[in-house]
Design a protein around this ligand. Structure first.
Ligand code: ATP
Ligand code: MG
Length: 453
């Protein structure tokens, strides 16, 4: 993309209404625009990051054997009356009437609808296990939307639902989700710690939240300092292997890590003093096993191998896709702007032309642009007629992990400057070497591997 023909409405001033750094930076970098309390437009740069996250999620879900679908945003109230949640959900549910005076609602989650799909089409244990998921807009009429997209009213969520014949199978689905989530967050450059949590209105007693530690987090959490040493790394996982999934779950959840509702001061006190940590965390996901709560209420039964009708065991699993962008920025920025992890960056590399109008510099920039594009990478070329200082400030603000700086002086010596946004380290190298190096980095994060279809 050439910046002169892109739409990147960066702000010079820090918006006064934004209380947390991620919100400030998203507004300044021209990623979002508020349209009403807790409701945002996603401008090109923000929309691109949203799509990157979505792709990682799809890829990891599909690897885990889960099947993507899409359910409607507007749902009939009658479905929610069947489970009893139409009355239970309270004021967070946005209720709407159509012209025929029928009650509709804007989906805050979708257990009822997916259970309806299941009961209409599945009647035998032979069709199990089954996990369906979607990535779809949700609405919750939050009493206090704040922190930009981190607590919006309209927000983007991945929500998945497993259907299993037995509790044991459903717990394997739970473990599988935990593993796939660990991998998903890691690919986004985030450490999200699974913590025992309270189940809230979804119900059930088996649940973990995934928390990114950050001062601006809304949840209070208590944990053994050793949990932050756990990393998923480059493991090969067989999602059908129950024992393997269980052992990863044990590894990541056997140390003390809980949100405040489930915090147990006595148990916590048994940890060595220097390992007892309390902090704030941003909830970026949650998984639940809730058994037969919805299947019994809504009649989702399957015949087992003896022909007896059994209510299916279910769980649901959510990732806060839009909130994650805020969480990533909270975890990765400096005083000059965002620092995108390589796995989610909107563009792979910035190209700054120090002297627009200089024939040689322009040619060199075009050549870099083409070499990177041919490799399947997306450079953002700042080809505007602006002074270098302004171009650097914009690049730092929008946080691309790598920047190529091209000017007549370097070109005389056959070099361009390659700068890492995170470390600030620059090196002067021939353009071909720079392209090679950038391509090598992104090969490691598997950019462009996946086409969702
Ligand atoms: P919270 O406790 O933060 O209100 P929740 O537990 O009610 O969230 P879930 O039902 O578990 O939310 O939804 C799955 C994920 O969706 C959450 O882990 C969170 O990342 C995200 N999410 C929930 N509510 C919002 C919101 N208002 N704005 C943005 N993301 C949200
Ligand atoms: Mg939750």
């Amino acid at each position: 993309m050439r910046l002169s023909s892109y739409f990147l409405p960066v702000l010079k001033e820090t918006p006064a209404e934004a209380q947390v750094v991620s919100h400030r930076l998203m507004l300044r970098a021209g990623m979002i625009k508020q349209q009403a309390a807790g409701i945002y437009s996603w401008l090109p740069l923000g929309f691109k990051v949203l799509r990157k996250l979505e792709n990682i999620i799809h890829e990891e879900q599909i690897k885990a054997g889960h099947i993507p679908i899409q359910m409607p945003i507007l749902q009939s109230a009658d479905l929610w009356r069947e489970s009893g949640r139409y009355d239970d959900y309270g004021q967070e549910m946005l209720r709407i009437k159509d012209r025929q005076d029928r009650d509709l609602l804007y989906t805050p989650t979708a257990e009822e609808m997916v259970t309806d799909i299941f009961r209409s089409h599945v009647s035998s244990y032979k069709d199990l296990p089954l996990t369906l998921y979607q990535i779809q807009w949700k609405f919750r009429d939050e009493i206090r939307p704040r922190f930009g997209i981190m607590r919006g009213r309209e927000f983007y969520m991945k929500d998945g639902y497993n259907f299993d014949l037995t509790k044991e199978d459903a717990l394997h689905s739970y473990n599988r989700h935990l593993v796939s989530y660990l991998k998903t967050y890691e690919r986004m450059g985030l450490q999200a710690i699974p913590m025992r949590a309270d189940s809230g209105p979804i119900g059930g007693d088996n649940t973990h939240e995934f928390l990114v530690l950050a001062e601006t987090g809304e949840s209070e959490v208590f944990y053994d300092s050793k949990v932050t040493d756990l990393t998923f790394g480059d493991r090969d996982i067989d999602y059908n292997d129950k024992a393997a999934c269980q052992s990863i779950l044990d590894e990541f959840t056997s140390l003390y890590a809980r949100t405040d509702e489930t915090h147990d001061p006595k148990l916590f006190a048994q940890l060595p003093n220097d390992r007892q940590k309390s902090a704030r965390g941003i909830e970026v996901g949650q998984i639940f096993y809730f058994g037969t709560k919805y299947s019994e209420a809504m009649g989702a039964y399957v015949a087992d191998d003896e022909g007896s009708k059994m209510p299916v065991h279910m769980g649901s699993h959510g990732i806060g896709v839009s909130r994650l962008i805020g969480a990533i920025i909270e975890a990765s920025h400096d005083e000059n702007g965002i620092i995108w992890p390589e796995g989610v960056t909107p563009f792979h590399c910035g190209i700054v032309n120090l002297k627009q109008g200089d024939e040689e510099a322009e040619e060199a920039c075009e050549a870099l642009y083409n070499s990177l594009s041919v490799l399947g990478l997306e450079p953002l070329y700042d080809d505007r007629n602006e002074r270098a200082g302004g171009k650097f400030a914009t690049m730092d603000l929008i946080g691309l992990p790598w920047r190529l700086t091209v000017g007549p002086r370097g070109l005389k010596n056959g070099v361009v400057e390659l700068t890492n946004r995170k470390t600030g380290v620059s090196e002067e190298i021939p353009p071909e070497k720079a392209v090679e190096k950038i391509a090598h980095v992104y090969r490691a994060v598997k950019v462009g591997d996946f086409l969702f279809n």
